[in-house]
Design a protein around this ligand. Structure first.
Ligand code: ADP
Ligand code: MG
Length: 870
């Protein structure tokens, strides 16, 4: 018979399970319970199967902390109010149970405020079994036929597992059975607790795949409560005295040789069926209830932890017994935790002593929160801060899970009731933060060093061998076997061995000889046979070990394949998730694109409008500038025109005034002359002609002629007589301008003088003065002032003006004569200075001058110096 090589491969290389480099975030699920009453206001809306939206109820100060009125939270999965217990189990706990059966640890806890459905989710009610009964059911459905007999596996005090031999196990079973029958109380279970069969509908059971049939399994459960940071064993033996209860003894936490935490001295009950396990659970529940009532505690303030421990070890080759090798035992555990209500102390009605308790409970959840925060920070920032697991019992107990000892999952329970809004918001934040923590993925490794299904294959091999031997002709029905026959035939035949003659000494020696020969052959054959047998044996052994190695290899490959499959699966789900996300993002991008387009269009049109307006503005500006320039031009033009006009008018006025003045002066002079004549006539003294010259122009008033004034004897007026017969004194002041007119005052036979003198006057009887002045239109006009010369009674001459002829030249544009005449001034003045030296003469000349120039007498007189200057 071929046996597996017992214990040849060491079971575990190291006591501590190494964790892989891969990490998974803590799986956080959210379950929304239905409102207890339809009238209640809801503050939660399930948006998708991964997101919920929280909205502040109307009365609540939504923005007190700058919060938005609506906040969204995403989770691995969200379970709405219609989710059944079965659906939740399939998603959340089933994978953990599968892990448990494959030797991996798991931690599952419910978190939320009191009344949010934690206990409902974990335990459930009749017909609505929660995660705990369903997990137990699945475990026993999977390992049911492969369970070891009771007490084969035995827990030690140090969180380890041992195997008892058959006999010891049997003895312990017998001992326990007799004890049980004695202790058995029919009312160990409260009738109010539903039976397991009432919890889950028969059609809803499920089973794990890939259970190793060549291993033997055993399930142990323990149930603890952590209250006020003390650990109590809920499965402790011994009846509770309902009248005078002993305060329960708290337990302490210890670390085993693999650095896993365990509750020292905690009861671990080996259970063989779901019903039994559930019964134990109810027992613990009952204990918890009683203790809480007796000690006046509030159960919502405590954490309850139900631990399912699964031990498995390979069977021996016959499949009869568990291999007696401690190293071959694999132990995995699943912790199901119903946490205390997460509400703040202020929410409890507790006072005094109970307030302190509440504070402590809060503290342990606070520690959980802090641990999660530090873990997250360490992972995100690469820091190595110490995680304060030891600050509370609950975190200390599960520290290994967060250090990569197994999967961690959390179900966040929420009550949509608006009254819970603020607490729920805190729960959501904690939950979101928890998802960011990553826990190392436990390595997928074969639990047992032996190939799965080896028992079956051994059986098959045995059967085949027997069959073949039979074919060759085994010892069927006592006949000589076929091989034996052949061997016998190869021996030398026996000689006849009948002895009839006593002296026959021939037969016996021959017989002896043949027999000896046969004996030798047999010996040789035996030797040969045993040699071949040995050879065959060693060949078989070799073959066997080869087979083992192959089997191991195949097993290993299978494990790897499984690992790869899982990886592919997880990657597929990841891809799915990413695809969904990318779709959503695409959609968002689409919307943003559209919005951008709209904005861009707006921008373009606005820009266009802006440009238009700018252009318009520019146009208006240039228009304005043009207008300004035009205005400026017009203003200067008008100014110039008016200036010219003013100047011209002033000049005209001046001339007019001068003329008037001159005429008046002239008249005055004549008057004076008359007056003087009448005075001088009476003495009638002879006059010196030389003196006459000085005397005549004495008069202050200016006169064009130096003619001595005498009362004129007015002759009859001879108008326009030809100048032929008379003699003329043609008086042309030196200041007169040469005009290029066609008509020139030209009198033949005249005595031309620039200043009148007596000598000339005495020879003539007519006098003409050529006088130039500027007319009102700015043109120079020449006036010929004519007069007649009379002999005064005193013997002198006087002139009486008779008429004036005017000559005028008109140009389209009248040039300014001012300069021309003023430019000629200096020589005139000089000439006069030479001819007329005394004051009177100069004055009289000044009058004449004035007639020829534009300047007034005062100006001429006083302004000589000034006029010379240019
Ligand atoms: P917690 O343990 O968080 O304090 P419970 O589990 O005791 O809350 O739930 C409070 C009440 O709400 C219980 O009566 C329970 O039956 C009910 N409940 C909670 N969750 C649900 C659910 N998903 N569906 C129906 N009823 C629920
Ligand atoms: Mg509860």
């Amino acid at each position: 018979m071929i046996r597996p090589l017992k214990g040849k491969t060491p079971r575990r290389p190291a006591p501590k399970k190494p964790s892989s480099n891969q990490k998974d975030p803590v799986g956080v699920y959210c379950r929304v319970r239905p409102l207890s009453n339809e009238d209640e206001e809801s503050c939660i809306e399930v948006i998708s199967n991964t997101t919920i939206q929280l909205h502040a109820p109307d009365g609540i100060k939504a923005n007190r902390n700058g919060e938005f009125k609506e906040t969204q939270y995403s989770f691995k999965k969200v379970f709405g109010i219609k989710t059944s217990q079965r659906e939740l189990f399939d998603d959340v706990a089933k994978p953990l149970v599968e892990d448990l059966i494959h030797g991996k640890n798991g931690l599952l806890f419910t978190y939320g405020v009191t009344g949010s459905g934690k206990t409902y989710t974990m335990t459930g009610s009749a017909g609505q079994g929660g995660l705990l009964p369903r997990s137990l059911d699945m475990i026993f459905n999977s390992i049911g036929p492969y369970q070891a007999k009771r007490f084969v596996f035995k827990t030690d005090d140090k969180n380890g597992m041992e195997i008892q031999n058959q006999v010891d196990a049997l003895l312990e079973r017998q001992k326990r059975d007799s004890q049980q029958s004695l202790l058995k109380t029919p009312s160990s279970k409260l009738r109010t607790d539903p039976e397991f069969s009432e919890m889950i509908n028969p059609g809803e059971t499920c089973k794990a795949e890939g259970v190793d049939e060549d291993s033997s399994y055993s399930v142990f459960v323990s149930y603890i409560e952590i209250y006020n940071n003390y650990i109590y064993d809920l499965l402790e033996e011994g009846p509770i005295d309902p009248i005078k209860p002993k305060p329960p003894q708290s337990k302490i936490l210890r670390e085993d040789q693999n650095h896993n935490m365990y509750v020292a001295g905690c009861t671990e009950v080996e259970v063989k069926s779901t019903e039994e396990a559930f019964e134990v659970f109810w027992k613990g529940q009952k204990r918890r209830r009683i203790a809480n009532t007796q000690l006046n505690r509030e159960s919502s303030r405590s954490h309850s932890v139900f631990i399912v421990k699964l031990a498995q070890a390979p069977l021996d080759a016959d499949g009869d017994n568990v291999l007696q090798d401690k190293n071959q035992i694999a132990v995995s555990q699943l912790c199901l935790v119903d946490l205390a209500g997460s509400e703040r102390t202020s929410r409890t009605r507790a006072e005094g002593n109970r307030l302190r308790e509440a504070g402590n409970i809060n503290q342990s959840l606070m520690t959980l929160r802090t641990c999660i925060e530090v873990l997250r920070e360490n992972q995100m920032c690469g820091t190595n801060k110490m995680v304060p697991y030891r600050d509370s019992k609950i975190t200390h107990l599960f520290k290994n899970y967060f250090d990569g000892e197994g999967k961690v999952r959390m179900v966040v329970c929420v009550n949509p009731n608006a009254e819970d809004y603020e607490e729920t918001m805190l729960v959501m934040r904690f939950a979101e933060m928890t998802q960011e923590v990553e826990v190392a993925r436990p390595v997928d490794r074969p639990i047992c060093a032996f190939a799965a299904g080896r028992r079956q294959r051994n059986q098959a091999f045995k059967e085949e061998l027997t069959r073949r031997l039979e074919e060759r002709g085994g010892p069927v029905n006592g006949e000589t076997p076929f091989v034996m026959n052949q061997l016998l035939q190869s021996f030398p035949p026996l000689p006849p061995c009948e002895i009839t003659d006593p002296s026959d000494d021939h037969t016996l020696p021959r017989l002896i000889e043949v027999l000896e020969k046969r004996h030798r052959i047999r010996q040789m054959m035996t030797e040969e046979y045993s040699k071949t047998a040995n050879m065959l044996k060693s060949m078989l052994q070799e073959f066997d070990s080869n087979l083992m190695a192959k089997e191991n290899f195949i097993h290993e490959q299978r494990g790897k394949l499984g690992e790869k499959d899982k990886m592919i699966q997880s990657q597929k789900t990841e891809i799915d998730r990413l695809e969904k996300k990318s779709k959503m993002l695409e959609y968002k991008i689409d919307i943003l694109q559209k919005t951008t387009n709209i904005y861009e269009e707006d921008k373009r049109s606005l820009q266009h409008e802006l440009e238009n307006r700018e252009q318009k503005l520019q146009r208006e500006l240039s228009e304005k500038k043009r207008m300004e320039a035009r205005m400026q031009g017009m203003v200067t033009d008008t100014k110039l025109k008016w200036e010219k006009e003013c100047e011209r008018r002033v000049q005209a006025k001046q001339l007019e005034m001068q003329n008037k003045l001159w005429v008046k002066d002239e008249k005055l002079k004549q008057l004076k002359a008359i007056v003087t004549e009448s005075k001088t006539e009476r003495p009638e003294k002879p006059q010196r002609p030389s003196r006459e010259k000085d005397r005549v122009p004495i008069k202050r008033s200016a006169s064009p002629s130096p003619v001595p004034t005498a009362p004129p004897v007015r002759p009859p007026h001879r108008r326009s007589n030809s100048a032929g017969g008379e003699r003329w004194v043609d008086h042309k002041p030196a200041s007169n301008l040469e005009l290029d007119t066609v008509m020139q005052p030209n009198i033949p036979n005249a005595i031309k003088v620039s200043a009148p003198n007596e000598k000339a006057l005495s020879k003539c009887d007519k006098y003409v003065l050529t006088h130039q002045e500027v007319a009102s239109d700015g043109e120079i006009q020449t006036k010929l002032i004519k007069g007649e010369v009379f002999k005064t009674r005193g013997g002198g001459q006087a002139v009486q003006f008779t008429d004036i002829e005017t000559l005028k030249q008109e140009c389209p544009v009248a040039p300014s004569r001012k300069r021309r005449s003023s430019g000629n001034d200096p020589p005139q003045t000089e000439a006069m200075d030479g001819d007329w030296t005394d004051v009177e003469t100069r004055c009289s000349v000044a009058v004449e001058m004035r007639a020829g120039s534009n300047l007034g007498p005062g100006y001429q007189h006083h302004g000589n110096q000034k006029r010379r200057k240019p």
